[in-house]
Write a protein that binds this ligand. Structure first.
Ligand code: AMP
Ligand code: ZN
Length: 112
């Protein structure tokens, strides 16, 4: 499958890892929009939030707990941050492997 994030999981494309366990990988976004911009992904290939199945319920919970760990690891749990997952054309999703942007390290605004 030609998926860049699957290739990052397999180590075929390098990444700057922040956190890894059996089910989840977190790495720095190659084009950060804030001082902290980390992508957290399931190692399993899931296209987007719309493709999460009943059988993935535990994995998704695990991923949320990993997001907590990443925020703490990056030292932004106290200051706050934002978690975003883009879906489809209006969401401007560009990589079709489920990923959560964890963005922080500066004051964010809420303008789209
Ligand atoms: P999205 O637009 O929500 O699908 O987000 C995809 C994100 O992946 C973008 O923020 C890109 O900068 C990021 N990205 C693409 N390729 C890589 C890569 N090889 N390593 C790290 N981040 C990447
Ligand atoms: Zn993939």
């Amino acid at each position: 499958m030609d998926c860049i994030f699957c290739k990052i999981v397999k180590g075929e494309i390098p990444s700057k890892k922040v956190y890894e366990d059996e089910y989840v990988l977190a790495f720095h976004d190659i084009n950060p929009i804030a001082p902290v911009h980390v992508l957290t992904i399931p190692k399993k290939h899931i296209v987007s939030l719309l493709d999460i199945k009943q059988e993935d319920k535990e994995l998704v919970g695990h991923l949320h707990l990993a997001l907590q760990k990443v925020a703490k690891e990056m030292g932004i749990d106290g200051s706050g941050f934002r978690v975003i997952t883009n879906i489809g054309p209006h969401g401007q999703q560009t990589v079709f492997h489920l990923h959560y942007h964890l963005i922080g390290g500066r004051q964010l605004e809420w303008k789209m």
